[in-house]
Design a protein around this ligand. Structure first.
Ligand SMILES: [Zn+2]
Length: 408
């Protein structure tokens, strides 16, 4: 089992779908291989054997590894820049991992291709939370929670249910890091979800559109709001931008008699010269709003986008191939492989804090070139350790350096 798990992980770590094949060839030629030296794999299992062994493995068994890496980073002080005025900002968002018209398993989500069509698309999806912070697109991935079929019924699970399971499992643990403000899109401005976050001793800061919260928007019409103006230079066109905030504390989130009271604010950015609206969004939060905190609060709220730029996009388009079907299985395989892929992404991120050699090597070339070189090197030579592999990349040998950089 150890060999199978490490073998699947090695493929994601090196972002090389033929990594194991290359190591089998090296083993035949040299009686040694990098799977053994770098990942401690005693005997490289065949691909079908890996899939068969990992299919019954519940991906939640891997969550302690992902949590543990984050906890180590926290204990070593690397996460202090993520501790904002409103605490740490775990940000939730759902994303589809794999989808197919043909390949399916019992835990697949099903969607009709058209309203009256019998044809179905099968897919897997997960809530993939990350820690974000304003002004920094690099995120810290947290354990995923899969959106799946309800056990024993035909009812499909949903993102808010998976999000609720996630906060129940993890908020008490992340709460030990310090103050927590959970962030998410409009979907999470949902009364039971907000109440659950508060019950767990945390705050929330969710997108809250007036169009999807009718009662709340009626209250906003009848009340006075405060307008703050800020000027700033636009980055690209040196425009003079006007930031207009509106806020109101104690607004009912829904039309129920005992509705939860939330604090609502919006930010509109306009070009002062043309009057053109450049940005608009609105949020609901448990933090009491005062004019003094509005700018910091909106900076945190807007950093929610880093879950797209810093997590979902790299996982899908920057070598991790999260949407690729590496193996679907009958039980957990697809989700377990997704979790190993996220673990590889987190480990690469953690190495930026832990491994000065890795950081230097990464800074020498673009990300794709870096992994291309590791792919070539580990296909033709056996390295006794990761340190030696990175040292080799950094060796001050002009011919070697030229050879390496030419490969990119
Ligand atoms: Zn499936």
């Amino acid at each position: 089992m150890e060999d199978c798990t490490a073998s699947a992980f090695s493929v994601f770590y090196f972002q090389h779908s033929s990594f194991l094949d290359a190591q089998r060839k090296l083993q035949n030629k040299t009686h040694r291989n990098n799977a053994q030296t770098l990942f401690g794999i005693e005997q490289i299992p065949s691909d079908p054997h890996i899939r068969k062994c990992l299919d019954p493995v519940d991906p939640s068994l891997l969550a302690p590894l992902i949590f543990g890496i984050g906890e180590s980073l926290f204990q070593q002080g690397h996460l202090s820049p993520y501790d904002t005025r409103f605490g740490f900002l775990p940000t939730l968002d759902g994303t589809q991992t794999v989808s197919s018209d043909k390949i399916s398993c019992p835990s697949c989500l099903k969607r009709k291709k058209a309203k009256d069509s019998e044809e179905v698309t099968y897919s897997h999806a997960a809530v993939t939370p990350v820690l974000v912070r304003p002004g920094e697109s690099s995120v810290i991935p947290l354990p995923p929670e899969f959106i799946g079929r309800d056990d024993g019924t035909s009812k499909q699970d949903c993102e808010i249910c998976a999000g609720t399971r996630w906060i129940e499992s993890y908020l008490p643990r992340y709460r030990e890091f310090g103050r927590i403000t959970v962030m998410g899109d409009d979907l999470y401005s949902h009364e039971p979800f907000c109440r659950k976050v508060l019950e767990l001793g945390c705050d929330f800061l969710f997108v809250c559109k007036e169009s999807s919260h009718k009662t709340l928007s009626e209250y906003l019409k009848g009340c006075t709001t405060v307008v703050l103006k800020r000027h700033e230079k636009g980055v690209r066109k040196k425009k003079r931008l006007l930031h207009t905030y509106r806020f109101m504390n104690g607004t009912p989130l829904s039309g129920q008699e005992d509705a939860l009271r939330v604090n609502w604010f919006s930010l509109e950015i306009t070009d002062e010269d043309s009057g053109e609206r450049i940005f608009y969004n609105s949020w609901a939060t448990s933090h009491t709003i005062t004019p003094e905190i509005l700018e910091d609060l909106s900076a945190c709220a807007r950093s929610r986008w880093h879950i797209e730029n810093g997590n979902n996009n790299p996982l899908k388009t920057k070598g991790y191939h999260l949407s690729h079907n590496f193996g679907h299985g009958e039980v957990f395989l697809s989700n377990t492989l997704t979790t190993l892929n996220i673990l590889a992404f987190l480990l690469h991120r953690a190495q930026e804090f832990w491994d000065a050699g890795y950081c230097t090597a990464r800074s020498l070339m673009p990300r794709i070139a870096f992994f291309d070189i590791l792919r070539v090197l580990t296909s033709f030579a056996v390295f006794p350790s990761f340190d030696r592999l990175i040292e080799f990349l950094l060796e001050d040998d002009p011919d070697l350096r030229r050879l390496i950089l030419d490969t990119s």
